[in-house]
Design a binder for this molecule. Structure first.
Ligand code: ACO
Length: 334
């Protein structure tokens, strides 16, 4: 299927939101045996945002969603549905999307969550794009939102340095004009054999949380960092090449890469393998760390608001995350 010949979805507006509270590397180095230098050199992170006690995922999602709607000039009542990508929902159920829908005051509109952890935004984008392409919907709000800080073991220096909280959103609409730009190829992949590379053992039906929280039930992130790193570089490159091939374009037609922000060294390796200079990557990991499903829409919004991303440009989105999951997509900006 050649997406260029079909009805496309277009990104009508973007928005993002991050909690006010900044936690620097220095702050973390007062709690665990690490240093600002180690964290900066090994990850590219300088600081991250951490939600305050009263803030949760749906609050961040709501703020990002409202901003995206504002930039798109779309009223909440114009939406056909809301999809929230998150691995850190407010509650086990109902979905965070339902909580956002309730806060936006648009009863009746469908709302559901997608969980593909750090690849969640790519998965949600593909679902939303497919619904618009098939003619089932015209206007959707797609949000990536996470409060990772509540699932971090703040005594584990190998993971607590990495994650942060935030939300990003896009309003997707129907293009109306064939071949006029918008969301092109989006490819998704997963390999569940590697489910334990990055996981949270407790809190699900298999290992419910008990009052004492024995180690096997801990509701905090466990990660095999080096294996994850290697797999991320390989799969990101493969899926980007897959998208470029499907689109029939070369790297020169990619003006901006908006990647999941997991580690600056992953992005440097990807840049080298693809032959796309790092200057064409939108990078904000230094200020936000890894915000999982929120990272791509947050970076996208930043580059749209500061006019780096402009109409007519080619924008490549790419993510890797727990599952393991990965995926990439190409958007001709409109
Ligand atoms: N400060 C100081 N030393 C540390 C720290 C720290 N914060 N963390 C680990 N170390 C030490 C280790 O103990 C080890 O010491 P040793 O050699 O004495 O045993 C040494 O540093 C090297 O450890 P590695 O784990 O090999 O370090 P590495 O260079 O691989 O960096 C990191 C670790 C940053 C976690 C990296 O592996 C990484 O970024 N991995 C990928 C993460 C990722 O992509 N996640 C994406 C998905 S996340 C999701 O889906 C939720």
């Amino acid at each position: 299927m050649n997406p260029a010949t079909k009805t496309r979805s277009v990104i009508l507006g973007t928005g993002s939101f991050a909690p006010e509270n900044i936690v620097t590397n220095e702050d973390i180095s007062r709690k665990v045996d690490t240093s600002d230098l180690w964290i900066r050199e090994r990850t590219g992170i300088r600081e991250r945002r951490v939600a305050s006690a009263g803030e949760s995922t749906s609050d961040l999602a709501l703020e990002a969603g409202r901003k995206a709607l504002g930039h798109a000039g779309i009223s909440p009542s114009d939406l056909d549905g809301i999809i929230v990508a998150t691995a850190t929902p407010d509650l086990t159920f109902p979905s965070t999307a339902c909580l956002v829908q309730g806060k936006l005051g648009i009863p009746g509109t469908f709302a559901f969550d997608v969980n593909a952890v750090c690849s969640g935004f790519m998965y949600a984008l593909k679902v939303a794009d497919s619904m618009i392409r098939s003619g089932q919907c015209e206007t959707l709000l797609v949000i990536g939102a996470e409060v990772m800080s509540r699932f971090v073991d703040w005594s584990d220096r190998s993971t607590c340095i990495l994650f942060g909280d935030g939300a990003g959103a896009v309003v997707l609409g129907k293009s109306g004009k064939e071949g006029s730009g918008g969301v092109g190829t989006v490819t998704l992949h997963a390999d569940g054999r590697y489910w334990d590379l990055i996981h949270v053992p407790g809190g699900g039906a298999k290992t419910p949380v008990e009052m004492e929280r024995p180690p096997g039930n801990a509701c905090t992130i466990r990660m095999k960092g080096s294996e994850t790193f290697r797999m991320a570089v390989r799969t990101l490159e493969e899926s980007v090449r897959e998208v470029l091939k499907e689109e029939g374009i070369g790297v020169n037609e990619v003006d901006w890469v908006v990647p999941h922000q997991a580690n600056i060294r992953i992005l440097e390796a990807l840049s080298e393998r693809l032959g796309i200079p790092l200057e064409r990557f939108v990078i904000n990991i230094d200020r936000y760390g890894n915000t999982s499903a929120a990272s791509i829409p947050m970076a996208l919004d930043e580059a749209v608001q500061d006019n780096r991303i402009r109409p007519g440009q080619g924008v490549l989105l790419t993510a890797f995350g727990s599952g393991v999951t990965w995926g990439s997509g190409f958007v001709k900006w409109t």
